[in-house]
Design a protein around this ligand. Sequence first.
Ligand SMILES: Nc1ncnc2c1ncn2[C@@H]1O[C@H](COP(=O)(O)OP(=O)(O)OP(=O)(O)O)[C@@H](O)[C@H]1O
Length: 577
Amino acid sequence: MEQQAFTRAHAARVWRLIYSYWTSEQKLSAWALLLIVLGGNFALVYMNVLFNEWQRGFGNSLQKYDAAAFWSSIAYFGWLAAIYIAIAGARYYLRMWLRIRWRTWLTNRYQGAWLRNKAFYKLKLIGTQVDNPDQRIADDLNNFTEQTMTLFFGLINAVSTLASFSVILWGLSSTLPLTIGAAQYQIPGFLFWGALVYAATGTWLTHLIGRRLIPLNFQQERVEADYRFNLMRLRENLESVALYGGEEVENERLRERFHRVIDNFHRLIRTGFKVDMFNSGYSQVSVVVPYLVIAPVYFSQRLEFGLLTQTAGAFGRVQDSLSFFIDAYQNIAAWRAVTMRLTQFTAAVDELDERVTDISQVVRAHAPQPSVQALDIARPDGEPLLNGLDLQLTAGDSLLIHGASGSGKSTLLRTLAGVWPYARGRIELPSDGVLFVPQRPYLPIGTLREALLYPERKPIDDEQLQQVLHDVRLERLGTQLDTVEDWAQTLSGGEQQRIAFARILLRRPHWLFLDEASSALDEPSEQALYQLLRERLPHTAIVSVGHRSTLRAFHRNQLELDGHGGWHIAHAATVIA
Ligand SMILES: Nc1ncnc2c1ncn2[C@@H]1O[C@H](COP(=O)(O)OP(=O)(O)OP(=O)(O)O)[C@@H](O)[C@H]1O
């Protein structure tokens, strides 16, 4: 089971996870809300003290058959209850508001860290053990804010209740002697000590019974996230699965993942059941324990009924707040698991740059024209793909990279784009006007307009968009610019690649790198699109990765890779355009 040792670095990360929001640019509003909610908490504790005092007068009115006192007691109770409800309601609302603000801030931060410097891609490539980072952002952050606040306010509540009722209990102890059989003892604060011993024993027993909950909760988060991810992958690949007839295998695989969820859940239930049984028994016994302690004095008829109920109430409150850890045990276990998943994520992102610097020995610089010098590229296992490549591009250049499948063509483009770390040498690229186009153009779920502009967001007028759609022979989509669709699922592979070409025409890059960007198109269409690029962007240098020999006609130079480090550049005799 993946677990993180509780090291100092881990403790520091947990601390940072907790305090970062409270020292952020939102700290003023955060602290203001927190203080108001805390104020509400203390007010409610004070109300409970008033209720406890009320119990005494109320009990005595019953014992003395005093109807007038009884009704005025009820009226007083009505007032107290109304104020209590108002404070509790306001506190709930503000607490939820604070939680939403905290979650939003943390989500922005985590999402930002994941997307910054292409960390999302590198995390996967360098193989740091972080499962389902997306779900850590969505689920774990939500759980973290909720559980932290529940625990924190629970703790504050317990401590303040304990403090106020301990004083009451201590005072009440001095008016009552501890009676065991016929003997009486004067022990200062014995009711308080009784509650303390009782609750401490309970806490210790709960810990013994429930300590396995922490690793089990951790594992539960993980298997749940895995199951969800597998469902999502199926949804992303519906057509492939349907065409391969992979339903049975998928069903089997999903069932197997779900089985892990249930399997771990059973273990959670078994431990949770024991903790829960113990808790229920403990709370039942707690109802009678204070009466058992005071009954001997009461039956010796030296105690008013009101004082008995007040003492029992105060004893219950003290014991209740001391039992905070018993009740919160499951929450603490879940909180620790969620915290571990989140700090693991930050640790992986924090260490990423260091790891990339350890692996990559590429010097990158800005220059007016792209060039590479003495570039070595390897597979992650160290096997060389390319040794000592020297290359220089000038405006309007064209270079076709070819070689057997797996020879490292895409990896060369990845290295130029700065996402492949297993490399050494010098890479110079202009600071703007560079565009890399992958084989599968990413089409976000949204309008066709957004898909065409991706990743830019600057608005472009409809005529221009319709014109480029026409140019890439997708004029039929011209009327659907504002249709929201999962375009990657509805357009054919070739049509998606046409969208990628439309993007190029809109972006007008000076330096264009195409990684099999026309592989799904028929040869005449591919030629027409290259022709179009040449006509519309005559000064753009084009570097293409491709297998088809027909592409050669559009490139002045050809770089051939042998997949073992060797490479060779040839110059074409004739070039179209
Ligand atoms: N993320 C990765 N982890 C491990 N190995 C990888 C990874 N990506 C690529 N490789 C390996 O690097 C080698 C080069 O891959 P690359 O994708 O560059 O090949 P290619 O020449 O573009 O192939 P094709 O023509 O099939 O697209 C392959 O052996 C591939 O298995």
